[in-house]
Design a protein around this ligand. Sequence first.
Ligand code: NAD
Length: 451
Amino acid sequence: MKNIEMLLERQRSFFEKGNTRNIDFRIRQLLNLKKSIKNNEPQILEALKKDLNKSPFESYATEVGMVLEEINYLLKNIRRLAKTEKVRTPITQFPSVSRIYKEPYGSVLIMAPWNYPIQLSLSPLAGAIAAGNCVILKPSEYAPHSMSVLKKVVEEVFPEKFAAVIEGDMEVNKQLLQCKFDYIFFTGSVAVGKIIMAEAAKNLTPVTLELGGKSPCIVDETADIALAAKRIAWGKFLNAGQTCVAPDYILVHEKVKEVLILELKKQISKLYGNSPIQNEEFPKIINERHFNRLLSLIEKEKVLFGGKYNRELLKIEPTVLELDNAESIIMKDEIFGPLLPVMTFRSMKEVKNFVNNRPKPLALYLFTTSKVNEGYIMKNTSFGGGCVNDTIVHLATTSMGFGGVGESGMGSYHGNLSFSTFSHSKSVLKKSNILDIPLRYPPYKNKINLL
Ligand code: NAD
């Protein structure tokens, strides 16, 4: 605890000296971060293989590549984003000028989960650096190899007084939360998100909470079913379903249920072969606790296909389940594994009510060719973000923000929002001294008639 406080103190004094306010300094640090990621790329890919059995392609596409894209975007746009904005001033304030200054918060705490341990640590780190903050990053102890490589990547290019990685278990997270940071950026579960917010409230520290939840995947009777099945299978079984925006469950129109299930089966074997557990590229479950949790969910449901597992390898096959009861235990919490329950619906109204009667999801996916159904779902349901006729890919664009709503989180980042999330917008009105209109000064007497 003492060490953390001393480190934070050193970061404070580095920040107070104004080092990070300089845009050229920030650009140099983003370039340093990029260089360090590239230099350590083989070690990063190896760590992800060890922690989650991710293939090099998956690790690059969903972790390293996304971080590099985010850094490149910030490098390209940082001067525009950091520029003081001149905005319109109402005539009632004449003569004056209004400006919005983009100000870094100071010391930022970033807490990351284990499922995309590199991307979810380094993307927010890049945003915080671009906005001119000092950073303490705490990765998840459940991905220990990724945690060590993150320390290496950061230590190789940054002095601790500017950006540091703190390793350790949940006790370290608790200690960090006792310190007064200027901003907390947390990615993780809804349950821990609530703890983070309660702790942050003690110091009125602003937070971004990137949480999870049960993201519905809706397939209507007009959808291109074969393509839908392929894109759903890809998004669901990426990282063995351990993705915050993975389709959690399918709601399919009853008319196309059978054909969707057949197509899902076909697509899963196309993507992962007939024995996904033996497939070198298929990721594993992070640890035994989650492995057991997932097995206990399978046991209670009707398995349509899949369901095999290997305890030694901590692998579970892509498993499709038929659900006729929405009260089933698998519909209670986020699944976060390769299990895909399928339920049917008869009308879009039923879908709307189903989604709206549950906590607002992080993502929603709709497969349809009907503009009417698309408009209805977009207008009548609330969710963090999502796709029409695809899954997951909405978060791979720097021109849209990524974040939750309601229980799936608050605040967003990626692209421009990565900069604004970590900046305070300071609004300043500068008044001219030439003219001083007397209206606002007492005595007011009959001035009300002039308004
Ligand atoms: P988690 O909430 O268990 O852990 C996240 C971080 O919080 C870890 O660093 C962990 O050490 C720490 N932590 C755990 N318990 C704590 C406590 N009591 N006090 C303080 N810190 C504590 O989440 P996880 O299991 O690592 O990740 C899975 C969850 O994260 C899923 O719910 C998933 O949907 C969500 N997630 C969200 C996003 C997003 O961008 N919205 C991305 C990935 C994962």
